[in-house]
Design a binder for this molecule. Sequence first.
Ligand SMILES: [Zn+2]
Length: 94
Amino acid sequence: MTHRSDSSVTIGPGAFRSSKLLDSVLFHESVHVEQNETWYYFGSTNLREVQAYDATRAFSISIGASPEEVSLLYSARADYYNQLSAAERWRVRQ
Ligand SMILES: [Zn+2]
C-alpha cells in the first residue's frame, strides 16, 4: 500500500490475493485513522508506521492469516524501524 500526503491510499494487487491479506491491509489503514483521532500516538511518521505494523501483525494473527501472510504484511516494518530515533525505539518492540 502507498500513503500520500493528501491521505489517499493505493492498495496494490498483492493485497487481493486473499481476504485475510485485504482485511489486514484495511486494518492497517484503520490504525492510521485511530492515530489521527487520538493523542496517544504522537510521534514521527516512522513511529506511527511501526506502531501500525505491530497492531496489524496482531490483527492478522487473530483472524488466522497464515505465517506467510503475516510475514509478508510485516516485511515493510523494518524500513520504518531503522529510521526511528533512539528515543522512539524505546516505545516499540525491536
Ligand atoms: Zn501505514
